[in-house]
Design a protein around this ligand. Structure first.
Ligand code: ATP
Ligand code: MG
Length: 583
């Protein structure tokens, strides 16, 4: 595609000197062990993420620095220093210990984005148990299924969420305790039956706690995947992941002690823990946590008021900001922003171009998965950005493009995106599914399930998920290319592209299109969009059919569910829809 490379910024244009400048040099010599000296560790060589993120700062110079600035959904504000987070998470660790929770137990958190979610999660890590955050918009069945699959013994939730799932709680035999957080006394009748009050337990708990001496290989967090391609899988991570979360916070997010960082992801998804807790706090950085949902004006206002400097968001949010128009951001002072990052889906080049206009800087795309635990491929502040590319592997990571026999392909060819196993934040299991886990490792590679290509300079370009790739007249077409061309049209807000069966071509490309505010789905517009993309794409790749839809089916983490577009188009069963976002 014909998007010009964005040159690397000049040193004078940068507010701070980037942490990673000599990429090539570092890549050549780097070993993960080199970073061990930058972590604090526990006596006897133990490693615990809670110590690296909270206690080491509370015990040192950052003791009274704000770790968390919270803005509630009703405009409430709270602030916690590293020292306060240490004491509060110690209290919660004592609560858990008092209830008999021990190393390896699964403790799940089903809460809104309130400070107590963060406190509880670090308390869980401090006792050496496994923390499992659940997205607060889940209905009863997805919660039950995850609690049962993981064998959760203790659930931390809030009164309204507990009421929502009340009907399925009798079907969770392993669950022994429910702790209910009644944030700011929001609920007048918070407790039911044998439930325990978070506030009551915390009042009685000591703020002193000796962190469990976990090893780097002990389990820390488990996350269910987004369910974009099928039923979600429970990926389990280890304390060792902090090595890479810390490193990527430094190299990719370019976190500096003076930053005010905002990650918009919910901790129900891996971005919300790896980059909404572990990366910023292991780097000792202050972060904003906003409980409310997406709203263009509110988001811009938060950036202005908190003077956010580093921002980590997702393509779906950026497309929604684009949809809200160019005038809106002009009403806010967004000049504090110095580095913007995106993950979760391919970032359409058009979004990068828009970012250059609105934020006067490139949005930096990066690639990773629940399974990888941390960023593996990224654009860095100190490197030219090629719009549409997800960038280059971080130091310590070897990525390859493989053919269908899992042999490496040369640059320029599409194939399976694969990673040489053994990076620190690599998942260690799919919970109770060892065969499924093993099936992801072939011929010495971890097979990501995505297709990509690499150019001669080592930049990786996403093609599509293996399941979503369309086979039309002998060409393999990635939906991303077609969707990106569609959203260059001024009327198109979002596009989802699938293959539908065809007797001659095997499959033909069909596009579903959601329009920007103010556009009507007319026949004339459809023809115009069709003409527009035909100029941009090869004939075989351009969509044969374009259908307007009001909203794109997406996962709750904001990913377009092409398998659902396809099932609906072909009248097939919809499969697992536990993570489908409902309006
Ligand atoms: P499931 O595995 O349950 O189908 P999922 O793969 O969407 O769900 P996640 O682990 O949350 O679950 O998402 C990781 C996937 O998101 C990647 O494998 C890739 O397909 C997509 N993705 C993430 N970042 C990018 C990116 N920068 N560019 C392109 N795709 C991305
Ligand atoms: Mg996946």
């Amino acid at each position: 595609m014909d998007f010009a490379e964005i040159p690397k910024p000049k040193p004078a244009q940068m507010a701070v000197r980037p942490n990673l400048v000599g990429y090539e040099r570092l890549r050549r010599s780097f070993q993960w062990e080199d970073l061990y000296k930058e972590l604090d560790w526990l006596p006897g060589g133990s490693l615990n993420m809670a110590h690296e993120c909270i206690d080491r700062h509370a015990n040192g110079q950052r003791r009274d620095q704000a770790a968390l600035l919270w803005e509630g959904r009703n405009g409430e504000q709270e602030q916690y220093t590293f020292d306060q987070l240490k004491e509060e998470s110690n209290r919660f660790a004592n609560v858990l210990k008092g209830l008999g929770i021990k190393k390896g137990d699964r403790v799940f958190l089903f809460l809104e984005r309130i400070p107590e979610l963060y406190i509880a999660l670090f308390g869980v890590l401090k006792v050496g148990a496994i923390a499992g955050p659940l997205f607060s918009a889940f209905g009863p069945d997805p919660v039950r299924d995850r609690l049962n699959n993981s064998g959760t013994v203790l659930l931390v939730t809030s009164p309204d969420l507990r009421r929502r799932i009340a009907q399925v709680l009798p079907q969770t035999p392993a669950l022994k305790h429910i702790i209910v957080v009644n944030k700011s006394g929001r609920d007048s009748q918070p407790l039911v039956g044998g439930d325990l009050s978070y506030e009551g337990l915390m009042r009685q708990a000591s703020p002193q706690f000796e962190i469990e001496r976990t090893t780097m290989y002990d389990y820390s967090v488990m996350h269910y995947t987004s369910g974009t391609t099928g039923a979600p899988k429970g990926a389990v991570h280890r304390h060792q992941a902090i090595v890479q979360q810390y490193a990527t916070g430094k190299w990719v997010l370019d976190l500096h002690p003076t930053d005010l960082y905002w990650c918009t992801a919910d901790p129900g998804w891996v971005t919300g823990t790896s980059y909404g807790m572990f990366a910023p706090w292991s780097n000792g950085v202050t972060q904003l946590i906003y409980e409310g949902g997406f709203s263009p004006s509110r988001w811009y206002e938060l950036i202005q008021r908190y003077k956010v400097t580093v921002w980590y968001s997702a393509p779906t949010a950026i497309r929604m900001l684009m949809k809200a128009g160019k005038e809106l951001p002009g009403r806010y002072d967004l000049s504090s922003l110095r580095h913007i990052n995106s993950v979760g889906e391919p970032l359409n080049p058009e979004a990068v171009v828009w970012g250059m206009k609105v934020f006067k800087q490139a949005i930096h795309d990066n690639w990773w998965q629940t399974e990888t635990g941390a960023i593996l491929i990224a654009n860095y502040p100190w490197m030219p950005v090629r719009p549409g590319s997800m960038g280059r592997p971080i130091p310590g990571i070897q990525a390859g493009i493989l053919d269908d026999d899992y042999n490496e392909l040369p640059p320029g060819k599409d194939g399976h995106l694969a990673i040489r196993p053994g990076w620190p934040s690599m998942f260690h299991a799919y919970w109770q599914a060892p065969e499924r886990y093993n099936s992801r490792f072939l011929k010495g590679w971890y097979i990501t399930g995505d297709r990509a290509r690499v150019d001669a300079d080592g930049y990786f370009w996403f093609v599509g998920r293996t399941d979503d790739v369309i086979n039309t007249a002998g060409h393999l077409v990635g939906p991303f290319e077609v969707e990106s061309a569609l959203i260059e049209h001024p009327a198109v807000a979002e596009a989802g592209v699938i293959g539908i069966p065809d007797p001659i071509a095997m499959e033909v490309v069909k596009a579903f299109v959601a329009l920007k505010d103010g556009y009507q789905p007319t026949e004339e517009l459809r023809r115009d969009i069709s003409r527009f993309v035909r100029q941009k794409l090869a004939a075989a790749v351009a969509p044969r059919e374009i259908e307007f839809i009001a909203t794109m089916p997406k996962t709750r983490s904001g990913k377009i569910m092409r398998r659902l577009l396809k099932a609906r188009e072909l009248g097939l069963p919809e499969g697992d829809t536990s993570t489908l976002e409902e309006d």
